[in-house]
Design a protein around this ligand. Sequence first.
Ligand SMILES: [Zn+2]
Length: 153
Amino acid sequence: MIPPENVEDVAVRTASALKLPASVKSEMFVRAYANQQDIRIEIQTFDLEDYDVDGWCVRLGERTYIIFYRANQGHLTFSKRQRREWVKWHEIGHIVLGHLTKVGDTSRMFDPDAPQEQAANEFADAMMAYTRGTLRHDEYDEDHMTFRDARGW
Ligand SMILES: [Zn+2]
């Protein structure tokens, strides 16, 4: 498991290594990441009204994962789209950060205060910042694992 203090570095380094544009959306990232890692990641919606989470993920096999996120009802406002994207990044974080260590593991097994949840939150925050273009991957310094002008990091 990735130590929580390195989450932001891991998030940006992973996106940078995939050579994706700073405008990358979570689903494009998933396709590129799965291809690079030679794993399979499916993304599916669910629409259970009274479910207690907006998303979760499951390790279905040694190299197979599935991410579920809540299907929005009605008009998809900007903030709803942002929230949905954040949820997907959070679940992607659980996979990239190695939280699902064995087949059958699910992100639902973590207590909200667990270090894995905090790390996935940090991953999602970092990727939301990265993909809003506030951070540009071509400014990322591989050797020092930081941005050259260290904006916001
Ligand atoms: Zn989580």
